[in-house]
Design a protein around this ligand. Structure first.
Ligand SMILES: [Zn+2]
Ligand SMILES: [Zn+2]
Ligand SMILES: [Zn+2]
Length: 158
């Protein structure tokens, strides 16, 4: 059964089925997530445009979605900001050697290191889109345990 309007869901009240609005904004719950917004509240979190205004698929973001033009503007602003900060700080490749995080050699933003266990070529910065190569080096670490036969004794056998 399709709801007669967006954001409505069927609820059984006193033995009868009713269409109930599940839009968090209509209900005034103050929740960040609005899983089933009504038509009026289903809008871009940045410019407030409606789904009817969309020409391309929007980006899902916390609290709803953002239209593509808004997302692109935001991305461009983040990129410009990061590159300007990198330049102001004199960021260079020299700052990206043996670092504990993966740092973009162009804009100095930290990249996700999830599943990055091997060297790779032609990666793209999430922020500035700059292409970079990554080398992963594993430094050895050592663990010692007392030999089992001596573990019960206070010190080394004499
Ligand atoms: Zn609503
Ligand atoms: Zn927008
Ligand atoms: Zn970058």
């Amino acid at each position: 059964m399709e709801p007669p309007a967006k954001g409505l869901f069927a609820d059984r009240i006193d033995g009868a089925w009713y269409w109930v609005c599940a839009c968090e904004k209509c209900l005034g719950t103050g929740k960040t997530y609005n899983y089933s917004p009504c038509e009026a509240h289903d809008r871009c979190v940045t410019c407030n445009c409606t789904r009817a205004d969309l020409t391309e698929a929007p980006w899902g973001v916390q609290g709803g979605w953002r239209c593509k033009p808004c997302q692109e503007t935001l991305d461009a602003a983040r990129k410009a900001e990061a590159l300007a900060a990198a330049e102001a700080n004199g960021h260079s490749e020299d700052d990206c050697v043996y670092t504990s995080d993966i740092i973009c050699p162009y804009c100095a933003t930290k990249q996700s290191s999830d599943d990055r266990h091997e060297s790779a070529h032609g990666l793209e910065c999430d922020t500035c889109g700059g292409k970079f190569d990554l080398e992963v080096e594993w430094s050895p670490s050592y663990t010692t345990t007392k030999a089992r036969a001596q573990a019960q004794q206070k010190g080394p056998a004499s």
